[in-house]
Every structure is written in structure tokens, then in C-alpha cells.
Design a protein around this ligand. Sequence first.
Ligand SMILES: Cc1cc2nc3c(=O)[nH]c(=O)nc-3n(C[C@H](O)[C@H](O)[C@H](O)COP(=O)(O)OP(=O)(O)OC[C@H]3O[C@@H](n4cnc5c(N)ncnc54)[C@H](O)[C@@H]3O)c2cc1C
Length: 321
Amino acid sequence: MDKLRKIAEKISSPASEVPFSGELRFDEPMTNHTSFKVGGPADLWIKPSGDTFPETAAKIISLAREDEIPLFILGGGANLVVADAGIRGIVLDCTGWTGCTFAEDRVTIRSGTLIDDAIEEAALRGYGGMEFLAGMPGSYGGAIWMNARCYGSSISDILIETEILDESLRNITVPFHAPDFAYKKSPFQNRDVLILSGTFRLEKKNVSEIRSVMEDHRNDRETKGHYQLPSAGSSFKNNTAFGKPTGKIIDELGLRGLSVGGAKVADWHGNIIVNTGNAAAADIRNLVQKIKSKVKAELGIDLEPEILFVGDWEDQIAVKN
Ligand SMILES: Cc1cc2nc3c(=O)[nH]c(=O)nc-3n(C[C@H](O)[C@H](O)[C@H](O)COP(=O)(O)OP(=O)(O)OC[C@H]3O[C@@H](n4cnc5c(N)ncnc54)[C@H](O)[C@@H]3O)c2cc1C
């Protein structure tokens, strides 16, 4: 903790060469920063804001490295299950780094911008191309990292380039290279980098057409119960080799409604695990293990979780079957 206090002082000191604006707290409950509403405290949570975000982020990362403090990069927290014991070290929250710059048929979006905010701004200018993402929780940084996918398109389909702080903390631009991306895979998953922004291709379109597609997607999500209870969207990845969507596989085994503690397979969708109110992160993890084991035992299929388990999971061993 001493090392963390020193880092916090260095970051927020008025004498710092990079002036800090934003928020910084010790023992910050991650329930406040995850769509699942679970997770214990982050030792030190820092949410820089303002135009000095890249410099501040670089400084935080470099101080953490100097002291060998673990650091986790947080977007909107819409794909995470944070351990009940929390996250050791620093959580660098990117959601204060927001905004879009439009240039003809492209837009550069800062990584902390919420998905819907940029789509709305583009629509106001009569630009579409991103509306397939409408209604998806989370930030652009998380969506690029995850290569988020919905309604038949992946974010990589519209990506032109990504600006990152690379492993040496250089601010560089990585042109889109199709072979580096695949279903729910981006090249950044194998690297220790911070995504600063993404530049995306837009199409000039009729505003009412854009709005109607956005509304259709939002309504569809609403009807499918996406926002009914806290969740992180799909719990498991799809895989064409399974021959059917993962949700259907889980449905057909009668696992809708299966629960562990406060975590439950949604009554309305086999591939969504929900927090019914008082779920512990361990309940979600145990339920995931239970589903995996049943699907493996019945069908020989290995389901791969899409939700990410992060933080301090020591001593929380998943359920035995
Ligand atoms: C109701 C609901 C519906 C959903 N529907 C879909 C869907 O249709 N399709 C889909 O693909 N997903 C869906 N999701 C999951 C989620 O919305 C996406 O995965 C989203 O892209 C996560 O973004 P995030 O900012 O919340 O990332 P987080 O959950 O905060 O982080 C995800 C990963 O990205 C990394 N990361 C985040 N920001 C950065 C950054 N700036 N630099 C480097 N790494 C970073 C994190 O370290 C972490 O490893 C849904 C979730 C919910 C709750």
C-alpha cells in the first residue's frame, strides 16, 4: 500500500509535470464500474480525464512498472467479472477519455467514449456505418480490444486504424490489418498496450434510415431482455463448429433458469447469465463452470467463456461436478 500511496501522490501532486485532472480513490468498489454489479475493491482506482489523458496514462503505467505493481485497464466494465476479493494494484479507468473527431467519411473516437455516444454524434451529422453497435454497453477501447460483434458485423469491419500507447509507451498508430483480427479476437489481446483511439469508416446516409436501424437494434436488445438484470451480455462465445448458437445448445439441455447463489442463467436466454440481485462474482464463475461441465458431459463440446474473469481469484475454486 505504501508504494501505491507514493504513486497516488506523484500522480496528483500539483507540482507534477503532467497536471492531473480526474478521480483517484483507494479501495474503490468495482461493483460501481461493472455491468454485472459484482467485484471487490480495486486497491487504487484512477480515472484521468481531460486532454492530458495520454501523458497521465503513460506516467501511471511507467510508475506501476517501476514498482512492479500490477495494472488493469478498465473500459466500461461491460464484459467483466471482477473477483470478490477485488483487484490488486492499479485500475486505470479510461472512461474519462472521451470525444470524437469527424473528418469527411471517417471518425476518430477516444477509447473511453461510450458506444452509443459516438453513434449518436455520427447520426446527427448524417453519417452511418456504426449503427450495428447501437445499444451495446461499453466503450470503444473495450470494443476494439474484444473485437465486439453484433448483428452480423464486427467492429473490425469498420476499423481503419488504432492509436495506442505501445509497450515502450510510445504513442503510435497501428493500421488495420485484417489477418490480425478474427471472431472476438484482436491483436491487442496479446500485447501490453493501451488503446487511445480508433478511427472508423463512415457512410453518408439518410438520417431517418440510420435512426431506424439504431432503434431496431435497441428494441431488439430490449425485447431479448438485455437490460432486464445486470449481466455482461453473452457468457460464452459462439463457434460455427457447434452447428448452432451457444444459447440454443444451453437451452436444449434445459439449463435456462439454472442458478448458483445469486447468479442465474436468464429465464429468457440460455447464453446470458444474470445477477438476480445479490450475486457474488464466485457465483457467476461457479455457474459458468457448471454449464461448461454439463455441456461437455452431454455433448462433448468445450464452451469458451466470452466474459473475462479479472482480479484476485485466489482461493475461489470453481464448483466441482
Ligand atoms: C447487456 C449487454 C449486451 C452486450 N452485447 C454484446 C454484443 O452484442 N456483442 C459483443 O461483442 N459484446 C456485447 N456485450 C459485452 C460488452 O458490451 C463488449 O464486450 C464491450 O466491447 C466491452 O467494452 P468495455 O469498454 O465495457 O470493456 P471492459 O469490459 O471494461 O474490458 C474488456 C477488455 O478490454 C480491455 N480494455 C478496455 N479498454 C481498453 C483500452 N482503452 N485499452 C486497452 N485495453 C482495454 C480490458 O482490459 C479488458 O480486458 C454486452 C454486454 C452487456 C452488458
